[in-house]
Each structure stands twice: as structure tokens, then as C-alpha cells.
Design a protein around this ligand. Structure first.
Ligand code: GTP
Ligand code: MG
Length: 455
């Protein structure tokens, strides 16, 4: 996907809006735009200046009145000459302007190509570039905040601290290897052990944020399960505060999964209402029941609803026991619904009236807090502000930590320095891949391919 030349693309979303931006980057960016611009001052204008004028086609016909902002290399987002053309919004004007610039000789940018150029020119590292993609895709306040910290370079800074420790250790070990003929131990073993122990601790601290990080980034999948007629759909509607699912007193009303989203405490929750769990003769309902079992398997949190008047039956207790054994990390909140009708709710179940909550959402404050607690589990965003939200980063951090673990084992057992050096290099290599210091082209392609065109 990398290419030379001058690229252009629409940087803003299509659709009606006051303004849109066409971005142009590359060695010919200024000359190309100047050739289609009525304001003659542009060609020789200093960097970081804005110019009003008309973009014209090849026949000098005026297409749109725009503001052109100029950034000269290397002080631009991509490190190249960049021109940003603020056009009028809507679908026509930005396309006309873009076409004029393409006609003048620019090439349409590939998805992520602007950010890739910024990476290649050292304007940001790979972890920051990925964070930009996360920021664009962020659907909740918490995920946008975590991504913003990544863009800022906090992940990269945290990694740099660990890298320094490993480099210091590696340098001491390699020095010893260089002089191994002389049979001298230069490296002070306890000092090496202390450096590695600290690197291990810091890697562990970063990795421990990955569970919360993934939930912050992708949202929390909350499956609402229970018998037919327990009030699952009513609960869904109350939780998202609108009539998303059909509610009726006929058992078996919900046949397929119904999903609705809601942000609570900055986190995105994706609620999934399911068909009530029961043995059934009806083929469609049976498929619905199969899907609800499947949904429960992929849940981050399960809200299990029973009728407070009857409580769970033996089969339900067995289902929940079995699920807890298979998925010990799954949070299950047990809800006894229709408390307005029950005098004696079952012990160990949180009593609740979804119907009353429909009228007054404050009834669900406690449940909402429990959902947030189930996700955060007492973990807050770490002091450094760095949250590992990216699966690629998690895997590479795990590889680095494994390698550090092996290096510590070598050190403890007095193995030769060459094996130690090998593992230290493996750890450094894994960390280098996160920031893109060492990263094969195919990985780069996959990462920048996630962007939209114009970014
Ligand atoms: N009194 C009372 N009735 C409720 C409450 N919650 C739900 N109901 C009623 O119980 C019936 C079933 O509710 P639904 O929300 O459709 O139940 P469901 O679990 O989705 O049922 P299926 O989709 O058939 O599995 C409806 O008549 C609701 O109005 C509650 O808290 N109190
Ligand atoms: Mg239902």
C-alpha cells in the first residue's frame, strides 16, 4: 500500500455538513493545489498560513470557494508538504474539489496512507498510529480517552522505560560475551537480576490492564438470560430506556437476539436480550433458545433473570453452576424480577421490578453500578494512564514477558551469557514490534488498512 507521489482524499465523512476537508500530501501538494486555485499567493506562502480563494477545474471554471491551509515539510502531520482544503460540505462540493486535485495529478490515497506516511517520517510511532485508528472508531467516552492517551504517546513512553532496562541488561551481558576469552565476569549478577525483575514487574503491570482495556475498547457484552416470561425484554427496555424489545405476557415472545447499546460511567454496554431458555417443540423458538445459549457463552456479563415468586428451578441452578465451572471469569448477576408481585424473594438473588424501572429508571441505579463494578473489578486505569487496549500489543507484551522470564531463569541457574543475550534480544524485539521499531511490512499493511481513506 505504500507509494510515492502526492496523494489526496476526502478527510471528512460524506453527508450533509457545513464544511468538508480535502487533504493533499506529498512533494507536489502545494504546486498541484496552487495550479487550481485563484489565490496566487499560495505557491510561495509560508508554512502554517490560511488562504481564501476558489478551486477551479482545468478550464478555470470556479467549483467552490474554499480556505486552503498550508503546512510545509517537515512541520506537518505527515512530515511532507500538506495542503488542507476546507470546502463547503455536502456530497457535491467536496467531490468536485477532490476530482480537480486528482485531475491536476494527485493520486487518490489508500486507507490509512496519510497516517502511514506520518509513521514513515517519524512523526508518530506505530502504537500512536494504532491509537489514532482506535480514536476514530471509539464508541464510548472511556475508549476515546484511552485512545487519546495512546495518541499522546503514553504507551510508547511506558514501553521506552522497560526497553531501557532491558537494553542496559543486554549491554552488560554482551560486553561480557565480547570478552569471554578472558574469562572475566564483567556483569554484576545481582544487578542484572534486579534490572530484569523490575522489567518483569513493569511488563506485568501493563499486561494486567489488558482485560479492562479490551472491554473499554470493544464494549461490554451483557447477555440477559432466563426462562420465558421472566421479564428479560422488559429489563432490556428499562436498561436502555426505550422500547427496544417486544414485551408480552405470552411466554416465548422473544425468539431471536435483540441488542441495544448504552453508555454507563463512560463504558459502552451492549445488552443482548435472548429467547427464554426452555425445552420447546417449536422449531423457530428452539433455534432462538440455541442462540441464547450461544450468547451466554460469549457474554462478558450475564444478567440471569428469574421470577421472584418462584425463584430458580433445579435445572436453572444446574445451568448456572455448570456455566460458572466452565467460565469462572464470567460475571453473573442473579436477578429476581417482578418483586412488586413477590413477598418473599429467593435468597442470594437481587430483587428487582423491571416494570417499575420502566416508569422510573432510578430503580436500576444499583444494577447499573453492579455492572460497572463487574467490569472494573476494583481495577482502575493505572497511574501511568496507560491501558493496553490492543490485542496485538497484548500478545507482544506477553512474548516480551515470557522472554524476560526465561532470561531470569538463565540468570538464576547460572546458564551462560549467550542464552541470556538471546532472550533479552527476543524481549527487545517484541517490544520493538509494538512501536514499529522492528515490524514486517505485512503487519504494517494490516494495521494501516484499518483506517479510513483520508486518514
Ligand atoms: N408485575 C410485573 N410484571 C412484569 C415485570 N417485568 C415484566 N413483567 C411482565 O411479564 C411479562 C413478560 O415480560 P417479558 O419482558 O416479555 O418477558 P421475557 O422474559 O422477555 O419473555 P420471553 O421473551 O417470552 O422469553 C410481560 O407481561 C411483562 O409486562 C415486573 O417487574 N413486574
Ligand atoms: Mg422477551
Amino acid at each position: 500500500m505504500t507509494g510515492a507521489g502526492t496523494i489526496a482524499a476526502l478527510a471528512t465523512a460524506r453527508g450533509e455538513a457545513a464544511l468538508a476537508i480535502v487533504r493533499v500530501s506529498g512533494p507536489e501538494a502545494i504546486a498541484l493545489v496552487a495550479g487550481r486555485f485563484t489565490n496566487a499567493r499560495l505557491a510561495d506562502a509560508p508554512s502554517h498560513t490560511a488562504h481564501v480563494g476558489w478551486i477551479t477545474d482545468a478550464d478555470r471554471e470556479r467549483l467552490d470557494q474554499v480556505v486552503v491551509t498550508l503546512f510545509r515539510a517537515p512541520a506537518s502531520a505527515t512530515g511532507e508538504d500538506v495542503v488542507e482544503i476546507s470546502t463547503h460540505g455536502g456530497s457535491a462540493a467536496p467531490q468536485l474539489v477532490l476530482r480537480a486535485i486528482l485531475d491536476a495529478g494527485a493520486r487518490l490515497a489508500e486507507p490509512g496512507e496519510f497516517t502511514q506516511r506520518a509513521f514513515l517520517h517519524g512523526k508518530l510511532d506505530l502504537a500512536q498510529a494504532e491509537a489514532i485508528a482506535d480514536l476514530i472508531h471509539a464508541r464510548s467516552t472511556a475508549s476515546a480517552r484511552a485512545a487519546a492517551r495512546g495518541v499522546e504517546g503514553r504507551t510508547s513512553d511506558a514501553l521506552a522505560v522497560i526497553k531501557d532496562k532491558l537494553l542496559e541488561t543486554a549491554a552488560l551481558v554482551e560486553l561480557e560475551l565480547d570478552f569471554s576469552d578472558e574469562d572475566v565476569e564483567f556483569a554484576d549478577r545481582p544487578q542484572l537480576a534486579a534490572l530484569l525483575a523490575e522489567a518483569d514487574r513493569q511488563l506485568g503491570a501493563l499486561l494486567s490492564t489488558a482485560r479492562l482495556g479490551a472491554l473499554v475498547r470493544d464494549g461490554v457484552r451483557v447477555v440477559i438470560g432466563g426462562r420465558p416470561n421472566a421479564g428479560k425484554s422488559t429489563l432490556l427496555n428499562a436498561l436502555v430506556e426505550h422500547d427496544r424489545a417486544i414485551v408480552s405476557d405470552v411466554p416465548g415472545t422473544t425468539r431471536d437476539r435483540v441488542e441495544a447499546e448504552r453508555e454507563i460511567d463512560g463504558l459502552l454496554f451492549r445488552f443482548v436480550d435472548t429467547a427464554g431458555l426452555r425445552a420447546t417443540e417449536d422449531a423457530i423458538e428452539a433455534e432462538g433458545v440455541r442462540r441464547s445459549h450461544e450468547a451466554a457463552e460469549s457474554a462478558d456479563v450475564l444478567l440471569y433473570v428469574v421470577d421472584a415468586r418462584t425463584g430458580p428451578d433445579a435445572e436453572e441452578e444446574a445451568f448456572l453452576r455448570d456455566l460458572a465451572a466452565r467460565r469462572p471469569a464470567l460475571s453473573v448477576l442473579r436477578l429476581a424480577n417482578k418483586s412488586d408481585l413477590a413477598t418473599d424473594p429467593p435468597a442470594g438473588w437481587r430483587s428487582l421490578s423491571a416494570r417499575e424501572a420502566l416508569a422510573d429508571p432510578a430503580h436500576l441505579d444499583g444494577l447499573r453500578q453492579s455492572l460497572v463494578d463487574a467490569v472494573r473489578r476494583g481495577e482502575s486505569e493505572p497511574e501511568s494512564g496507560v491501558l493496553i487496549t490492543n490485542e496485538r500489543h497484548r500478545q507482544l507484551l506477553t512474548a516480551a514477558r515470557d522472554a524476560v522470564g526465561r532470561a531470569r531463569a538463565h540468570l538464576a541457574s547460572g546458564t551462560g551469557g549467550d542464552l541470556l543475550a538471546l532472550d533479552l534480544r527476543a524481549a527487545l524485539d517484541a517490544l520493538g514490534r509494538i512501536t514499529g521499531a522492528v515490524t514486517p511490512d505485512d503487519v504494517l499493511g494490516a494495521i494501516f488498512g484499518r483506517f479510513c481513506i483520508g486518514k
